[in-house]
Design a protein around this ligand. Structure first.
Ligand code: 13P
Length: 243
């Protein structure tokens, strides 16, 4: 059975004090969380070390939101994989659309980052997805195919998570219809050499749509932005119910 992975992406939210407050409210909700799912929090770099300490013994896995492809060097503002693994990071988001859109991330740099993450023992979460305009022009399938083709060159598909995040559904409340997300995720799976790669859906995932999303046969988890910032809403999402 494919692993289920529910990950929060905090983006550029939460100081250390706010992260600690979140955990205080969130951890008690995990007592009955079924062990068929991995719970991941991808947090700002400054939160990682302190959260790693408070997560000892918890089922929560720690994730980062970016990693550079070199292990050290003159790359101002970047972070290296050994710096992440040293503080207990297990997952790293790579190629999020916000990094592609605002910070010049390309399929080529995504590919370099994926390989560096895997070399360090991190599990990368590769994000792919189309804009509204690309969808309207019927380019969804070709765009995602090319993101996968270029992004996955030389990447180990046994140590990988993919997130399908249609850009028009991110932060808009305009969730992709779950059957459509299931269809695109099936297409993504058909292009992989390992059909057991967990593939998440991301984009306006909320407590009131998670059960329907997780009921789709191709969808193996969720990458959650806004709704991962509040303990009660993220708890409801990680404790999704089978329908
Ligand atoms: P929202 O859940 O806020 O739409 O964000 C999705 C996202 O970008 C997760 O990486």
């Amino acid at each position: 059975m494919r692993k289920k992975v529910i990950a929060g992406n905090w983006k550029m939210y939460k100081t250390q004090a706010e992260a600690a407050e979140f955990l205080e409210g969130f951890i008690p909700h995990l007592e009955d969380t079924p062990d068929d799912r991995e719970v991941v929090l991808c947090v700002p770099f400054t939160d990682l070390a302190i959260m790693s300490q408070s997560l000892h013994g918890s089922i929560i896995r720690l994730g980062a939101q970016n990693v550079h492809w070199e292990t050290s060097g003159a790359f101002t503002g970047e972070i290296a994989a050994p710096m992440l693994t040293e503080v207990g990071v297990r997952y790293v988001i790579i190629g999020h659309s916000e990094r592609r859109q605002y910070f010049g991330e390309t399929d080529e740099t995504v590919n370099l980052r994926l390989k560096a993450a895997q070399n360090a023992g991190l599990i990368p979460i590769l994000c792919v997805g189309e804009t509204k305009q690309q969808r309207d022009q019927g380019e969804t399938e070709s765009l995602i195919s090319s993101q996968l083709k270029a992004g996955l060159v030389g990447v180990d598909q046994t140590n990988l998570v993919i997130a399908y995040e249609p850009i028009w559904a991110i932060g808009t409340g305009d969730t992709c219809e779950s059957k459509e997300a299931n269809r695109v995720i099936g297409l993504i799976r058909s292009q992989l050499s390992n059909p057991d790669v967990p593939i998440q859906y991301g984009g306006s995932v909320k407590p009131d749509n998670i059960d329907e999303i997780m009921a789709q046969p191709e969808i193996d988890g969720a990458l959650v932005g806004g709704a991962s910032l509040q303990p009660a809403s993220f708890a409801r999402i990680v404790n999704y119910q089978k329908v």
